[in-house]
Design a protein around this ligand. Structure first.
Ligand SMILES: Nc1ncnc2c1ncn2[C@@H]1O[C@H](COP(=O)(O)OP(=O)(O)OP(=O)(O)O)[C@@H](O)[C@H]1O
Length: 144
C-alpha cells in the first residue's frame, strides 16, 4: 500500500476485529483462528513437519513395542512440548520480523533464544524416547 501523494509506503490500516453475531459465533470463530495458526506453522515451517513425522513414528513404535498407557501419556506430553516450542518459535520469528526487519542485535538474541527453546525441547524428546523405547528394544534385540 503506497501513499499516492508522496509515493511512499503508507501505514497499514488499524486492525479491526471481525464482528460476530453471538457469543457462540465468536467462540467457534476462535477455533477457526487457532486451526489457521496450526496450519500456518505446518505449511511454513519444515521443522514442524519433521517434528510431526518423528512424533508419528514414535507413536507407531509405541504400538509395536506395546508400551503402557502411562508411557503413551508421557510420549504425548513430550510431543506436545516440542510442537508448542516450535509454534512459539514461529511466533517470535514473525514478531521479530515485524518489529525489526533490519539487522538488530536484540532481534538476533530473541530469535536465537526461541530457537534454543526448540532445541531444548527436542533434546528432552530424545531422552524420553530413550527411556521409553530403550529397554523394550534392548529386550527385543538381545533376548528374543
Ligand atoms: N532481524 C535480525 N537481526 C539480527 N539477526 C537476525 C535477524 N533475523 C534473523 N537473524 C539471525 O538469523 C537466524 C536465522 O533467522 P531466521 O529468521 O532465518 O530463522 P530460521 O530459524 O532460519 O527460520 P525458519 O524456521 O523460518 O527457517 C536467527 O537465529 C538470528 O541469529
Amino acid at each position: 500500500m503506497r501513499d499516492v501523494m508522496n509515493n511512499q509506503p503508507s501505514a497499514p490500516p488499524p486492525y479491526q476485529p471481525v464482528p460476530h453475531k453471538s457469543k457462540w459465533g465468536k467462540f467457534i470463530a476462535g477455533f477457526g483462528f487457532a486451526f489457521s495458526g496450526i496450519r500456518h506453522t505446518i505449511t511454513t515451517q519444515r521443522n514442524m513437519r519433521v517434528h510431526i513425522l518423528i512424533g508419528l513414528c514414535a507413536v507407531l513404535m509405541g504400538l509395536i513395542l506395546r508400551i503402557s498407557a502411562l508411557e503413551f501419556a508421557v510420549l504425548f506430553v513430550t510431543m506436545i512440548c516440542v510442537f508448542t516450542a516450535e509454534m512459539f518459535n514461529t511466533v517470535f520469528e514473525i514478531c521479530v520480523d515485524l518489529v525489526s526487519p533490519q539487522y538488530h542485535p536484540l532481534a538476533k538474541i530473541a530469535k536465537d533464544v526461541a530457537a534454543g527453546a526448540v532445541l531444548v525441547s527436542a533434546i528432552l524428546a530424545v531422552m524420553v524416547g530413550l527411556c521409553l523405547f530403550g529397554p523394550p528394544l534392548w529386550h527385543l534385540i538381545f533376548h528374543s
